[in-house]
Design a protein around this ligand. Structure first.
Ligand code: PMP
Ligand code: GLU
Length: 400
């Protein structure tokens, strides 16, 4: 009998972050007392200024298809935002709005990758990059980094990973899951690799507004016109405006890439939700430094609480991440210990143990190509962080 499913469908892995977030929700639904540090989404509500944009759009009858790359006012607002906040010059016709930044990334990879191409992905990395690259028939090439370099990849290691087939490099700053923020010096090193070896840079900047301890986000495409010409800059409203459910992401890119992404999107989804586009427009028009500062300050307090608390638990250690809203904690000190006669053999085992013994949900490093670590999202209240730390400390003290 012929196989029911395509090779592609049989190979693709589900998103571990989404799966574990759903698992925590399901356990709660069953009445279990679970504290969840899985979700990569802000816990607060979408601001009223964005909601109002959507409500007004509905009442004004903006309920039909729009051009595939998005309504012009939104692309104009994104173009202005890129220039104002990032020093990037993308004309409105160099922008495509998609159904979330995940979709923008998918469109970008689909536009530039052929089967057999290789894409350099510094690890630890977000779960979806390798899978999306593989879905194009291309091969992810991982370049690992650890705490010794603040999770930033070594330039020589990146260079050694290049082959004749390397087509692109993924740059995620601030980084999910490590919180690493690339300095201008790092960006210049990556840009020079891309220029010398004729690579695309896929720059995912979705956590750009969340930086701490004096770190600031810089966009690689702002380095020079030559760099901009080989950069696809991906961003969205999910994280900066707590709009994960609205599904609006966007990219800026050279015209031929934008045409390709838009054409591919014509055949996949058409435009992103019209009402959500109006909400995103209102978000971008109303966002001011006060909004970004208040979000950043809230996350910063939580970050400090999480880092201090985790470092007090024997066997767990972490540095203070400079960006995003995750702590990537080293739990190698817990591996090899026993719980109820079972040995914890991996960070996946540690995550399973914490869920069972402490009712605390985390995402193990395996999902980010970095076993030995756990990712804990601090996009949750300080009270939950405090309670989670206490429960984890109590559970860990029972390990033999
Ligand atoms: N990039 C990174 C690094 C992320 O963590 C996320 C979160 N899901 C996304 C892209 C996609 O965000 P969205 O599709 O919600 O815009
Ligand atoms: N990006 C978020 C995370 O890493 C949301 C889940 C997902 O899309 O993977 O948790």
């Amino acid at each position: 009998m012929r196989r029911l499913l395509s090779e592609r469908a049989r190979q693709v892995q589900p998103s571990l972050t989404l799966a574990l977030t759903a698992q925590a929700q399901e356990l709660r639904r069953q009445g279990k007392d679970i504290l969840s540090f899985t979700a990569g989404e802000p816990d607060f509500d979408t601001p009223d200024f964005a909601k109002t944009g959507a409500l007004e759009a509905i009442h004004a009858g903006y309920t039909k298809y729009t051009p595939t790359p998005g309504i012009l006012p939104l692309r104009e607002a994104i173009s202005a935002k890129f220039e104002r906040e990032n020093g990037l010059r993308y004309a409105p016709d160099q922008i495509v709005v998609s159904c979330g930044a995940k979709h923008s990334l998918f469109g970008a990879f689909m536009a530039i990758l052929d089967p057999g191409d290789e894409v350099i992905i510094p690890t630890p990395c977000w779960v979806s990059y390798p899978e999306q690259v593989r879905l194009m028939g291309a091969t992810p090439v991982f370049v690992p980094a650890d705490e010794s370099t603040d999770f930033l990849p070594d330039y020589d290691a990146l260079r050694r990973a290049l082959t004749q087939r390397t087509k692109a490099i993924v740059l995620n700053t601030p980084c999910n899951p490590t919180g690493a923020v690339y300095s201008r010096q790092h960006l210049k090193a990556i840009a020079s690799l891309a220029l010398t070896h004729d690579l695309w840079i896929v720059a995912d900047e979705i956590y750009e507004h969340l930086t701490y301890d004096g770190s600031t986000h810089e966009s690689i495409g702002a380095l020079s016109k030559e760099v901009l010409n080989r950069t696809i800059t991906v961003n969205g409203v999910s994280k900066s405006f707590a709009m994960t459910g609205w599904r609006i992401g966007y990219l800026g890119a050279p015209p031929e890439v934008v045409r390709a992404v838009s054409c591919l999107q014509d055949q996949m989804t058409s435009n992103a939700c019209t009402i959500a586009q109006h909400a995103a427009l209102a978000a971008l028009q109303n966002a001011d430094s006060q909004w970004y500062d208040s979000v950043r300050m809230t996350f910063d307090r939580r970050r400090q609480r999480m880092v201090e608390g985790l470092n007090r638990i024997e066997g767990i250690r972490c540095g203070a991440p400079r960006g995003a809203f995750y702590v990537f904690a080293n739990v190698q000190g817990l591996i090899g210990r026993r719980w109820q006669g079972r040995v914890l053999e991996s960070s996946a085992d540690v995550a399973a143990f914490l869920l069972e013994a402490a009712g605390v949900a985390t995402v193990p490093g395996e999902g980010f190509h970095a076993p030995g670590y756990l990712r804990l999202s601090y996009a949750t209240s300080e009270a939950v962080i405090q309670a989670g730390i206490e429960r984890m400390a109590e559970a860990v003290s029972q390990l033999k």
